[in-house]
Design a protein around this ligand. Sequence first.
Ligand SMILES: *Cc1c(COP(=O)(O)O)cnc(C)c1O
Length: 462
Amino acid sequence: MKYISTRGQVAPTGFIDAILMGLADDGGLLVPEQLPQLSEETLKQWQQLSYQELALEVFSLFVNNEIPRADLKKLVDDSYSTFRHEDVTPVHQINEGLYVLELFHGPTFAFKDVALQFLGNLYSYISRKNNSIIHILGATSGDTGASAIEGVRGKEGIRICILHPHQKVSKVQELQMTTVSDTNVLNLSVEGTFDDCQRIIKELFADVDFKHQYHLRAINSINIARILAQTVYYFYAYFQLANKGQAEKISFSVPTGNFGDIFAGYLAQQMGLPIHKLILATNENNILARFVNEGLYQPGDFRGTYSPSMDIQVASNFERYLFYLYGGDAATVTSLMAQFKAEGRIVIPEQLLKRVQADFSAYSVDNEDCLNTIQEYHEKYGYLLDPHTACGVAASDKLAADGEVTVALSTAHPAKFDESIRLRNISQTYPEQIQALFDKPQNQIVVDGTNEEIKKQLLTFF
Ligand SMILES: *Cc1c(COP(=O)(O)O)cnc(C)c1O
């Protein structure tokens, strides 16, 4: 298995090089050269596997024999031993037609742990193999930073620096990042917005000498390892339902920001998992829902919502889907992305829009609807949804037909977004691991949002 760029200007590369490259050198995104096709028989065999066994089988298809199976098994086992639930990602039945896939049982109570626990161990493995130190640099609006830090704290051969906008992340998110005392972690709290943090990172990565000298690596969701790790729970959830005798028409509803999580579902489906429908749920930042419903990809005005991890206007994984939509035609993808850069929009022809609508249904959930859904499910079923999960559930309520079964992906534990949940007078008890954060000392450095300042901090830290 080799990896190629959506823009076609990178020589096919192996698995480890693809992980290290992050963003493709031609500005595109890396994708597997061909997708493995799973037979019904293989799917049957996989149906009884534990999460860890299944993850090992899925990764084996993608690592290109670059990691011996015993090493890969250890990477997988180490990555998921930190989860608090024995099923890693259990499904919880809400009613006849709806299940919630709980992806929040990892160390930071958000679904990003599923991929970043693995990526952290993988980076550490690569660092040992190559005998070189890996420096990870990233910006976060909350969940990614906490999850990435948990993935690598205390690990040999890795240093991580995360930028977050000062006092613009939730209290729990801030504590998760800043109460870590390992010396390989640096938190910079930047005076400015998330966009400022993102821009600084982009510019530092664009400084090729600096990037190469310090072996700078990225952790954002354009890394193909994150997508591959996320395909596993679609298989696992499907099998859990099939094992309960629920074999008919299973759909997935996915709260979406950067198009990463739902793209993983699309890959699982393309590999042969018979997913009925993929429901794409957005909040009021609904560029992706408008794309699916109208064929126009064009950012709107930024809206603040109760689901801040989905407050995204330009979805960084969208280009991967375009590549598949255009049958792997890298030249067309390149010109569409150039057009997007110049004109700020992409329009697709009618017959391709039909394809898109066969691949996805989409719905955008407004702020009021999000809180109503949290309240309704709490009152009716005694189940507390976080605001991101509530968007997925609301979309499923709108789009699933009678008699269909939907699995709504739950991307965060409600305790992470208590500020929003309290608006409906719902009180919750924090899990002890979150409660304990409030008593720990914080380590963060508040800095100006300039490239020079960040570079100065990095040079001291590296
Ligand atoms: C990151 C995140 C999302 C969006 O995931 P994408 O892969 O960007 O679509 C949804 N919910 C939560 C809680 C997240 O942290």
